[in-house]
Design a protein around this ligand. Structure first.
Ligand SMILES: N[C@@H](CCC(=O)N[C@@H](CS)C(=O)NCC(=O)O)C(=O)O
Length: 213
């Protein structure tokens, strides 16, 4: 059976679980407790050379990097989440890369400094928060415009690009990132957060954070 090695506060881990749940895949969820250092144990380092999550083991096929994992799962099962058409697939890749490189970079800076740094005892870097917020001011309007013109991020069909954006924006509330200036993102997000693939992981990411505290 497919095994997903993951940690509930890990955004890329959640992305893989959202996709696997949405596709109705049967899988074993293997919790790798990052707080307890389980990711650096020899057993996990055999699966991921840098000791990270998520990782999958699909009957002996071991893969890491959430973006590659979800493409693998979608292609293996012929899912329309990663469409075959050249342009359609390029659109999914484009929006995935745009969000991963630009939006994620902004969210991570704000989330790390506002939420994680105080917990792990690292000095808060105010400059990084300011930079993160300015990335978001620049790049979220692009996503907002896209979602005002199409139902989903890469067009009118749900694709892997949506699951990526959904996981990247998960810490918005905890990191006090205000999404209210973006009504189309907000609408798209709450629609997906109410679906079973999401609620099977958690009610909200803020809830998952609270349970871990
Ligand atoms: N680009 C990777 C990111 C993986 C990653 O950095 N995972 C974090 C949790 S979100 C991790 O395992 N951190 C533990 C560590 O780096 O020691 C992906 O998308 O899978």
């Amino acid at each position: 059976m497919l095994k997903i090695y993951a940690f509930p506060l890990s955004l890329p881990s959640n992305k893989v679980r959202y996709v696997a749940n949405y596709m109705g895949l049967d899988y074993e969820y293997v919790l790798v407790n990052l707080m307890a250092g389980e990711h650096m144990k020899e057993e996990h380092l055999k699966l991921h050379p840098a000791g990270k999550v998520p990782v999958i083991d699909d009957e002996g096929t071991v893969l890491f990097e959430s973006g590659s994992i979800i493409k693998y799962l979608a292609q293996k099962h012929g899912s329309p989440l990663y469409p075959d058409g050249l342009k359609e697939r390029a659109d999914v890749d484009t929006w995935t890369d745009f969000v991963t490189i630009h939006v994620n970079n902004g969210v991570n800076r704000v989330f790390f400094n506002r939420v994680l740094a105080p917990v792990v005892g690292v000095e808060v870097d105010d400059r990084s928060v300011t930079d993160g917020l300015s990335f978001l001011d620049r790049f979220l309007p692009v996503v907002e415009k896209q979602l005002s013109e199409s139902q989903y991020l890469a067009g009118d069909n749900l694709t892997l690009a949506d699951f990526n954006l959904l996981s990247v924006l998960d810490p918005a509330e905890a990191a006090q990132i205000d999404l209210s200036p973006y009504p189309n993102i907000t609408k798209w997000r709450s629609r997906l957060q109410n679906e079973e693939f999401y609620t099977r992981c958690h009610k909200s990411y803020a809830d998952a954070l609270q349970s871990a505290a």
